[in-house]
Design a protein around this ligand. Structure first.
Ligand code: FES
Ligand code: FE2
Length: 425
């Protein structure tokens, strides 16, 4: 059951004035880490095919503005960040985070009035910080709330953020979020498969389960020899609308434009009682490494294998030539939900998964209970056993099974937090 060319275009194009662009603009999207802006207060970003400048004022306020100054179009990327806004470095016009022009140095002196300045405004969008991430909203008012997913509220966790870019359309990345079978073939069997060791293939799946939940879809999977008490059956993986995978860590697939996606990973490890109280001033952020020094793709980590596969599907996968089977039930459900949401937005209604009630947003609980594992401190022994199991997911020894490139300083902080080293770095 392939889809039509028209539907493939409808589901994948994200620019302004496209149906999917309209739909995706109804949600908040993470576009950077707070830690990045603390290090460098101006970050050019491209989101939903719009070029923008994200900045942090020296008072700690965030702005997200059009990239060119309304005067004579100089780049705000080269601007000066001040306590109350960003100043264009060409002739000194200054703009507040809401786009208001708050200074026009020569003009005000020469004319003796501010009427000209009052006519000038830069195009800006909403921006907020939550969970160490900087979020943008490009849609109409009233904006919904940024979801407070349950792990955002967990204390005594070592949290870290990994950012990377993927050279393909967002949809094929997110379709992976509702594709349980790929764990066996793409991840479990990658190393033996590439090396001709078929005898080392991982346990095969015998059952997949898909169901809707309030914020998207979830799936379960059962391996040969396991029963419904197994962790992979009890702890559903969640595909949140429109572009988030959860729950044991988070992966957002944020459309940069039709052909590129910003991958944002948010991870957390509960520290043992011996490290409590544990808090981070700011959640550290690093950039994932996907190529070796010779430019060849790395394939050692789970996300390497995912990204190589997504980009291998083409810049925009040609869904008119697919042959979907039973394992693709979740993909079909996801596309149907997107079509329903496109229709809702076209009719002036909210799409699925939006949160507008602050009470509901105090903490969005998962459909299964993983709370105990994070609220209660694990013993050092249990924690190290779990970390050992995670490390075995990559053929190289690494603290982070998802992706390579963790800087040494963050690695050392993490090792201390999870009691793999005795003294702080
Ligand atoms: S171009 Fe920005 S102040 Fe002149
Ligand atoms: Fe994967």
């Amino acid at each position: 059951m392939a889809i039509s060319e028209a539907q493939n275009i409808r589901l994948t194009r994200v620019g302004p004035d496209t149906p999917m662009g309209d739909l995706l603009r109804r949600y908040w999207h993470p576009i950077a880490a707070e830690a990045e802006l603390l290090e460098n207060p101006i970050k050019p970003v491209r989101l939903l095919a719009e070029d923008l400048i994200l900045y942090r004022t020296s008072n700690g306020e965030y702005g997200l503005t059009e990239p060119h100054c309304p005067h004579r179009r100089a780049a705000f990327a080269n601007g000066y960040v001040e306590p109350d806004g960003i100043r264009c470095s060409y002739h000194g016009w200054k703009f507040a985070p809401d786009g208001t022009c708050i200074e026009q140095p020569y003009e005000e002196m020469a004319s003796g009035h501010t009427r000209f300045r009052a006519q000038i405004c830069a195009l800006t969008y909403r921006v907020e910080v939550k969970a160490g991430l900087v979020w943008a909203y490009l849609g109409p008012d009233p904006a919904p709330l940024i979801p407070t997913w349950e792990p955002f509220t967990f204390e005594h966790c070592f949290k870290q953020i990994v950012i990377h870019e993927v050279d393909c359309n967002w949809l094929q990345c997110q379709e992976n979020s509702i594709d349980p079978l790929h764990f066996e073939w793409l991840h479990g069997n990658w190393t033996p498969g590439q090396n001709g060791h078929r005898e080392a293939y991982s346990a095969t799946h015998v059952r997949l389960g898909f169901e809707p939940w309030q914020y998207g879809l979830c799936y379960r999977r059962l391996h040969e020899g396991d029963d419904e008490t197994s962790l992979n059956w009890r702890t559903q993986r969640l595909s949140m609308m429109p572009n988030l995978f959860a729950p044991l860590h988070f992966e957002w697939r944020v459309p940069i434009d039709d052909h590129r996606t910003l991958g944002i990973v948010w991870m957390f490890d509960r520290v043992p009682a011996e490290r409590e109280p544990f808090a981070q001033d700011v959640i550290p952020c690093w950039h994932g490494r996907f190529h070796d020094d010779a430019g060849r793709p790395l394939t050692t980590h789970v996300l390497h294998q995912d990204v190589l596969t997504w980009t291998g599907q083409g810049r925009i996968a040609d869904r008119t030539r697919e042959h979907l089977g039973r394992s693709d039930e979740g993909v079909v459900m996801f596309r149907k939900q997107l079509e329903a949401d496109l229709k809702a937005v076209a009719e002036g209604k909210d799409p699925s998964g939006l949160i507008r009630d602050p009470e509901q947003n105090k903490c969005i609980r998962y459909p299964h209970d993983m709370r105990d594992a994070y609220v209660k401190a694990p013993s050092i022994e249990a924690l190290h056993q779990r970390l050992h199991r995670m490390r075995q997911l990559t053929p190289v020894r690494d603290n982070v099974f998802l992706v390579a490139g963790q800087p040494d300083d963050i690695r050392q902080q993490w090792e201390y937090a999870v009691a793999l080293r005795d003294t702080p770095p």
